[in-house]
Design a protein around this ligand. Structure first.
Ligand SMILES: Cc1cc2nc3c(=O)[nH]c(=O)nc-3n(C[C@H](O)[C@H](O)[C@H](O)COP(=O)(O)OP(=O)(O)OC[C@H]3O[C@@H](n4cnc5c(N)ncnc54)[C@H](O)[C@@H]3O)c2cc1C
Length: 273
């Protein structure tokens, strides 16, 4: 097919859309602003331990995602939840021991969430995805559109944006401009997890498991609001990973570490340090 399609963004949506269209024989290019693919999926390695700085968990309710995982044959396993978990209600009372029900499991990707991204990317034709190409402008003409980055202008029949709507209207100029109704909807569409701060701590040994604990913390006190075991399925690399409250953005890195250490010490004792 001669129809050309430019997709903006090489996260899960952009890459999967590119693959589906490629299979239908469209001529597809993906423009990605960053120097990496994956967008809000970002698995990093620290002390030989893979930890997730973006999307991590899914469950049986994510049936569309589960279809894609099966199609691309990406291995996953159940989140470790065994043992005592903790809930911090107020700063002036000790953490409460709680049991987290195990009847609706969460899953994680065996080789990190990036494994799904890499599996899709590997099926795309070479040079489908262009990195470091931030789209600044889209100009609609009679039958074509021009998609403009600092270094290229791509002329195309169709443009597909996979950007969160608020990011789209913040970053890209449209000529002629988008309809006001659409701008209003985009402006008020929340970008999922936009305020979240991910925290990962790697350990030589899973001290919490040795203490009969799951590694899970839910906290009203913070700075960590949710924390989970993120050791690998082979049980040879160990980590605790979760979220810090968005209010931590005002602290320096050193201040954050100090506050997180104090919280972990309160919940798990000195072993956590
Ligand atoms: C910290 C965090 C934790 C999360 N945890 C989970 C979880 O546990 N489970 C779950 O199901 N979901 C989770 N999510 C949500 C999940 O990551 C997203 O829903 C999903 O990855 C969105 O994919 P996407 O392709 O639609 O968008 P994105 O991944 O946002 O992709 C958009 C892409 O567009 C690029 N881009 C932006 N501007 C431009 C531009 N001007 N030109 C070109 N490219 C541009 C970006 O760099 C990005 O690569 C989490 C998200 C975050 C941030």
């Amino acid at each position: 097919m001669n129809t050309t399609i430019v997709i903006i963004g090489a996260g899960l949506s952009g890459l999967l859309t590119a693959y589906r269209l490629q299979e239908l024989s469209f001529n597809v290019k993906v423009l990605e602003a960053r120097s990496r693919i994956g967008g809000r999926i970002h698995t990093v390695e620290s002390n030989k331990t893979k930890v997730e700085m973006g999307a991590t968990w899914f469950n049986d309710g994510h049936y569309h995602l589960l279809d894609v995982i099966e199609e691309f044959n990406v291995p996953y396993f159940e989140q470790f939840m065994t043992g005592i978990s903790y809930f911090q209600t107020f700063s002036n009372v000790p953490p409460q021991e709680i049991a987290v029900p195990s009847d609706s499991p969460s899953y994680r990707f065996k080789n990190g969430t990036v494994d799904l991204i890499n599996a899709i990317f590997s099926k795309l034709a070479p040079e489908t995805v262009l990195l470091n190409e931030k789209v600044d402008k889209v100009i609609f003409e009679k039958d074509k559109a021009k998609v403009v980055t600092k270094s290229h202008t791509l002329v195309t029949d169709v443009v597909i944006s996979t950007l969160p709507p608020a990011v789209l209207i913040d970053q890209i100029d449209f000529s002629p401009s988008l309809p006001n109704e659409l701008l209003a909807v985009a402006e008020h569409t929340h970008t999922w997890m936009q305020d979240s701060i991910k925290v990962a701590l790697t350990y030589k040994k899973p001290f919490w498991r040795a203490q009969g604990k799951s590694g899970i913390i839910f906290s009203n006190v913070g700075p960590l609001t949710e924390f989970y075991d993120q050791s690998n399925v082979e049980n040879n690399s160990f980590a605790l990973v979760g979220f810090a409250s968005g209010s931590c953005a005002r602290f320096t890195k050193e201040q954050r570490i100090e506050k997180i250490e104090a919280q972990l010490k309160m919940v798990f004792g000195d072993d956590a340090l």
